[in-house]
Design a protein around this ligand. Structure first.
Ligand code: PGA
Length: 252
């Protein structure tokens, strides 16, 4: 039985002070989530990570939105795994479509980062998803399959089960146009079958999230689908009230 997961992707939002405020106010809802056997977390900017770790209740997952695979070196503007570990970060989102689209991050680059994270006992959240054009051409499955195969290249089953996958159709991100639960389940079920072709029954242990305009009002629909194990939420994860409602409606 896969444990449900709600992860808030704050993107480039919230100052350190605002992130701290959220962390301080999250005690009750984190306790509620834990009591209902749900993992919950947020992914602040690099600037907000430390204050959230220091001020959040125990049990709130705190994820970075990117990382560099090298421990240190001449990589202007980057942050390394030891730097994240040094402030208590154990989770990292990789390959979000905004990073792929605006910053040319590839599945191969994510693969190197995933291997480095796993070697450091950290949890990657590997994002995949197609553009509207790809969706309209009916090429979603082959596109996402390619991202999954390249992302998991050379990763053995014993490590693959530690990775969380997030399927986020780009046309549904921040647009208010969420994928129907049937579309989400169809693609996520397919992703699980690709993982099964790589890892056999172990693929059943890998958590796969849906993301793209998830709101308190629609999260429960996705949770009713058998292959969807939670949600990666942008806009609706920023305000405490909305985040709390997401947890409540995910729990059902
Ligand atoms: P959204 O973003 O919930 O605002 O659509 C989701 C994401 O990009 O992770």
């Amino acid at each position: 039985m896969r444990k449900k997961l709600l992860l808030g992707n704050w993107k480039m939002n919230k100052t350190a002070e605002e992130a701290k405020e959220f962390a301080l106010a999250s005690k009750e809802m984190v306790a509620y989530a834990i009591a209902h056997n749900v993992d919950v977390g947020v992914a602040p900017t690099f600037i907000g990570l430390q204050t959230v770790v220091e001020n959040a209740p125990e049990g709130l997952i705190v994820a970075a939105q990117n990382v560099h695979e090298a421990d240190h070196g001449a990589y202007t503007g980057e942050v390394s795994i030891p730097m994240l570990k040094g402030i208590g970060i154990k989770w990292v989102i990789l390959g979000h479509s905004e990073r792929r689209g605006y910053f040319a991050e590839t599945s191969e680059a994510c693969n190197a980062k995933m291997k480095a994270l796993i070697a450091n006992e950290m949890t990657p959240v590997y994002c995949c998803g197609e553009s509207l054009e790809t969706f309209e051409k009916g090429q979603t499955k082959s596109f996402v399959e390619d991202q999954i195969r390249k992302g998991f290249e050379g990763i053995p089953a014993s490590d693959a089960v530690k990775i969380v996958v997030a399927y986020e159709p780009i046309w549904a991100i921040g647009t208010g146009k969420s994928a129907t639960k049937e579309i989400a389940e169809d693609t996520i079920g397919y992703i699980r079958s690709v993982l099964a072709s790589l890892y056999g029954e172990e693929a059943e242990k890998i958590r796969i999230l849906y993301g793209g305009s998830v709101k308190p009002g629609n999260i429960a629909e996705y949770m009713s689908e058998k292959d969807i194990d939670g949600a990666l939420v942008g806009g609706a994860s920023l305000a405490l009230d909305s985040y709390r409602a997401l947890i409540e409606n995910l729990v059902g």
